[in-house]
Design a protein around this ligand. Structure first.
Ligand code: PMV
Length: 332
């Protein structure tokens, strides 16, 4: 390593959307077609260490101990934005680890890109506001813009041609409404259709995509209000509706995008039964088969037990709500 190498590290948490992002605006800036509202999870994170070194010939990326050249185009595009801002051309070696399954609908791209851009900005000595980091993280993955912040977070779709008003911002800190999340992992391994290409295909061929776009702003307003007033029942109602609507639009894509398996549906049924019987819990599912049960902290044990006993649930991950991205010096 050269004497003028620049290093830093970051930890960013994964997040799950309560009102979903699904669909992109035209153009190459990865601007979402709709806003979204998410919660950041404390227990699922990406740890990223990064070195810029003028002696490196090209960017390199290792994830969970394996070289991942397939991810380099998106990573280098984010790094290029920051290199341009810093006026530095050095290539980078990026080493990242997830403490949860990658690419299986647990938002590893969200935590991954939030950690990447935060570590890179710090290594380059750029003092960017969280909003600026959120804009750069968005270029890697739409949901990554939200993982810059903790607690409840809103992503604004924005309308500027250069994407400068397409960023996330905090709505409520984790401590202001402490909810828990119990994730039922129903399959391991990476999903067949990545969310990015899934949403493009959906926009092109699903007859329900226009309805998704049209009804989305009302869902955002209901969700914002449920969070503002800490109304669990209202949050449950709108989050499940947004999830079903996104998956309905996806399933009507040609060819169909079915991210669920049979166990996903079993978990959804069990969670809805629990809520009917008075347990404060609701579900959401992203572009993969895992089911995330969001509950009031006192209900966590009951939710965990009910999901763990379902045949086909291979693992349970539990989390409370977590903070935004954290960066540090890196001496390795
Ligand atoms: O950030 P991406 O491009 O992986 O897309 C995320 C899409 C969903 O997870 C399905 C919904 C969301 O808002 O996180």
């Amino acid at each position: 390593m050269s004497a003028d190498a620049m290093k830093a590290a970051a930890r960013a948490r994964s997040n799950i959307a309560l009102v979903k992002y699904w669909g992109k605006a035209p153009g190459k800036l990865n601007v979402p077609a709709v806003g979204s509202i998410s919660i950041t999870l404390d227990a699922l994170w990406s740890d990223t260490e990064l070195i810029f070194d003028p002696a490196f010939a090209a960017d390199e990326f290792m994830l969970d101990g394996k070289h991942r050249p397939d991810q380099l185009a998106r990573i280098s595009a984010c790094l290029d934005i920051l290199r341009d801002l810093a006026g530095i051309g050095a290539r980078a070696a990026v080493v990242s680890r997830n403490n949860f399954p990658t690419g299986a609908g647990l938002a590893s791209s969200a935590s991954g890109f939030a950690a990447l851009v935060s570590a890179a900005a710090r290594a380059l000595g750029l003092e960017l506001a969280p909003r600026e980091l959120s804009i750069v993280a968005r270029r890697g993955s739409g949901s990554a813009a939200r993982s810059i912040f903790g607690g409840f977070v809103e992503m604004r779709a924005g309308s500027a041609a250069d994407g400068r008003d397409s960023y996330a911002e905090p709505l409520l800190a984790a401590a202001e409404w402490p909810l828990d999340v119990v994730v039922a992992v129903t399959a391991t391994g990476e999903k067949e259709v990545a969310s990015g290409s899934g949403m493009m295909r959906c926009a092109q061929s699903s007859p329900f995509y226009p309805a998704w776009l049209e009804t989305h702003p009302a869902d955002m307003a209901l969700c914002r209000e449920a969070i503002r007033s800490r109304d669990f029942e209202a949050l449950a109602e709108i989050a499940e509706a947004s999830c079903f609507k996104m998956h309905a639009a996806a399933m009507a894509t040609r060819p169909a995008l079915i991210y669920w398996n049979g166990v996903t549906l079993e978990c959804i049924g069990r969670i809805r039964q629990l809520r009917k019987s008075g347990v404060p819990v609701f579900f959401t599912v992203d572009a993969g088969p895992q089911v995330k049960a969001v509950c009031a902290p006192g209900a966590r044990g009951a939710v965990r037990e009910a999901l763990a006993e379902l045949p086909g649930v291979v693992r349970i991950i539990e989390s409370s709500l977590g903070p935004g991205v954290e960066t540090r010096e890196c001496n390795s």
